[in-house]
Design a protein around this ligand. Structure first.
Ligand SMILES: [Zn+2]
Length: 425
């Protein structure tokens, strides 16, 4: 049973963290945390101090086929999709391209300390297969799937419902529940790219197989206008409600331009919001109104939204979320964002056994370099969330298994995961 000695920062609540300057974390043979507390003076297998252990990060929204267009500044949304995104996603018809990027994507997640994500693929079922294989090989957890699109995009990116839904169900048969780590999600990309028939079929499949639904909602004003006009709906959310896509296993990305009535209905349905503030800044989409969400107790997760978001590192998104809140006159404590990046994100995705370093949880961990002079929980929190030049995590574990070791990767000649690992595979 590995016994790791390190400093420990854990989310206690949305308002508080637990800081142990000298902790011992014991991991049982099944990869669960058997004990986590102050070092007892006994032996340890490895002394990782002055490093600090945290839970692995949870990224509730990102796109794997956009890995190579990260930083492509061609926004706002609808222009960005046409000029940057759709051309790149078209390349995922080639299984070799898909496999190469999927390998690099999984490495980039692990290198960022992300242990659980909700990831969109391209429209191509074979590219989703490549993603699941890469996530399985790397040892990560994910809720993922191809996007569904049958209108509003180049012909090469459209797949009609009678082909897309059976292919999605085949992915469910192969990958859903794999090793207790992988789930297949139903992902109608957004209303403008889906006919009502496709969305209805998708909602029915999700219901029948108990799958998560993920989609985008109310990201950009032009998108909102086009959507309500196309569907003749009174508002954006109604388009999804009408086809049965809004419930307590639905993750809705962005949620920026919603009316109070839409917020009420979203909350009543128990849907989850994927808050992607860095993407919202980069595409000039606006800011998710945190007070509306909090007033209704809506569950929140943080999404990098790679590649409209500019980093795989969830703490960078937490920092953007802090900025977004300040712009709205709100001052949630930094502990709120650490919570959302870890335990809160895990709970939002229904994973009650993840997101905290304490007995009974699965050992999904990240190890961070932390200067020796950092000796309070508040300092550690500031360093981890807001020090943009802080190095990426040193190690990442999922269920007690090492899935990333930055120093070993560097010693083997690797420089940056999404080039080096991808090219070698
Ligand atoms: Zn997105």
């Amino acid at each position: 049973m590995p016994r790791l000695r390190a400093r420990l920062l854990d989310p206690a609540s949305p308002a508080a963290t637990t800081w142990l300057p000298d902790a011992l974390v014991e991991i049982d043979p099944l990869g669960r945390i058997a004990a986590a507390g102050p070092w007892d003076g006994g032996p340890c297998d490895e002394d990782l101090r002055p490093g600090v252990l945290t839970p692995g990060f949870v990224d509730v929204h990102l796109h794997y086929p956009q890995t190579r267009i990260l930083g492509s500044a061609s926004g706002p949304l609808l222009d960005w999709l046409r000029t940057s995104t759709f051309p790149e996603e078209t390349a995922f018809a080639d299984p070799a391209h898909a496999a190469s990027v999927a390998t690099a994507f999984a490495a980039a997640l692990a290198a960022a300390g992300t242990t659980l994500c909700q990831a969109y693929g391209s429209v191509h079922p074979a590219a989703a297969e490549a993603l699941f294989q890469a996530l399985a090989d790397r040892g990560l957890r994910a809720i993922a799937g191809p996007v569904l699109m049958d209108q509003g995009a180049p012909a090469a990116l459209l797949l009609p419902a009678d082909r897309a839904l059976p292919a999605l169900e085949a992915l469910v048969e192969r990958w859903h529940g794999h090793d207790g780590r992988l789930q297949v999600a139903v992902i109608p990309r957004f209303a403008l790219s889906c006919t009502p028939a496709l969305m209805e079929g998708a909602a029915a499949l999700a219901r029948r197989r108990g799958l998560w639904v993920a989609t985008h909602l109310s990201e950009n004003p032009a998108e909102c206008r086009e959507t309500t006009a196309m569907f003749g709906a009174r508002d954006y959310l109604e388009v999804y409600e009408e086809v049965g896509l809004v419930h307590d296993r639905t993750v809705l990305a962005h949620c920026i331009h919603l009316s109070p009535g839409e917020w009420d209905r979203l909350a009543a349905a128990g849907a989850v919001v994927a808050h992607c503030p860095d993407s919202n800044d980069f595409l000039g989409s606006g800011g998710m109104p945190l007070a509306e969400l909090d007033a209704r107790g809506v569950q929140l997760g943080l999404g990098t939204d790679v590649a409209a978001g500019r980093s795989f590192r969830v703490p960078r998104i937490a920092s953007s979320a802090h900025d977004n809140a300040l712009r709205q006159g709100l001052r949630p404590p930094p502990a709120r964002w650490f919570w959302q990046a870890t335990r809160g994100g895990a709970l939002a995705l229904g994973q009650a056994h993840l997101g905290s370093v304490r007995a009974g949880m699965d050992a999904d961990l990240a190890l961070h370099d932390l200067p020796t002079w950092v000796d309070t929980g508040d300092q550690a929190l500031s360093w981890l969330l807001f020090h943009h030049d802080a190095p990426a995590p040193r190690r990442t574990w999922v269920r007690g298994r090492l899935v990333w070791d930055r120093q070993a990767h560097a010693a083997a000649g690797g420089v940056f995961p999404w080039d080096e690992v991808g090219e070698r595979s």
